[in-house]
Design a protein around this ligand. Structure first.
Ligand code: SF4
Ligand code: SF4
Length: 115
């Protein structure tokens, strides 16, 4: 460093500055308005068009046929999801939304399936 005094002034500046981080989880972070978190899927709105699965870049969204359904419906694997929001963007019926929920780390992979 050219001027050692510059380092001291930098240290002093950061001592009196408000911290840039929060003491999570003791302190709750402010979630931005357009945050893309955990996916929610509303089956009653879905028309089974398959656009969400077609446009998903990671393969996290796939169409799956269940016994009780005539047509396959989307299933989301949050373990593979990039949270890009493409599925919600392309859905013509607003059957998918990306919520502000972000605390879903788990040891049980099956809890990351949204259907
Ligand atoms: S948010 Fe992106 S990666 Fe995740 S399921 Fe939707 S399209 Fe796929
Ligand atoms: S894009 Fe929307 S309406 Fe079409 S299958 Fe996916 S969730 Fe259902």
């Amino acid at each position: 460093m050219k001027y050692p005094g510059a380092m001291l002034s930098e240290i002093w500046r950061h001592l009196i500055k408000k911290p840039a981080t929060v003491l999570y989880p003791l302190e709750r972070p402010q979630i931005p308005e357009n945050f893309r978190g955990k996916i929610e899927y509303y089956d009653d709105k879905c028309i089974r068009c398959g656009l969400c699965a077609r446009d998903c870049p990671s393969g996290a969204c796939t169409m799956k046929k269940f016994e009780e359904d005539k047509k396959p419906r989307p299933v989301f694997d949050l373990g593979m999801c990039l949270f890009c929001g493409q599925c919600a963007e392309v859905c013509p019926k607003d059957a998918i939304s990306l919520t502000k929920k972000f605390e879903f780390s788990t040891f049980d992979k099956s809890s990351l399936i949204v259907e």
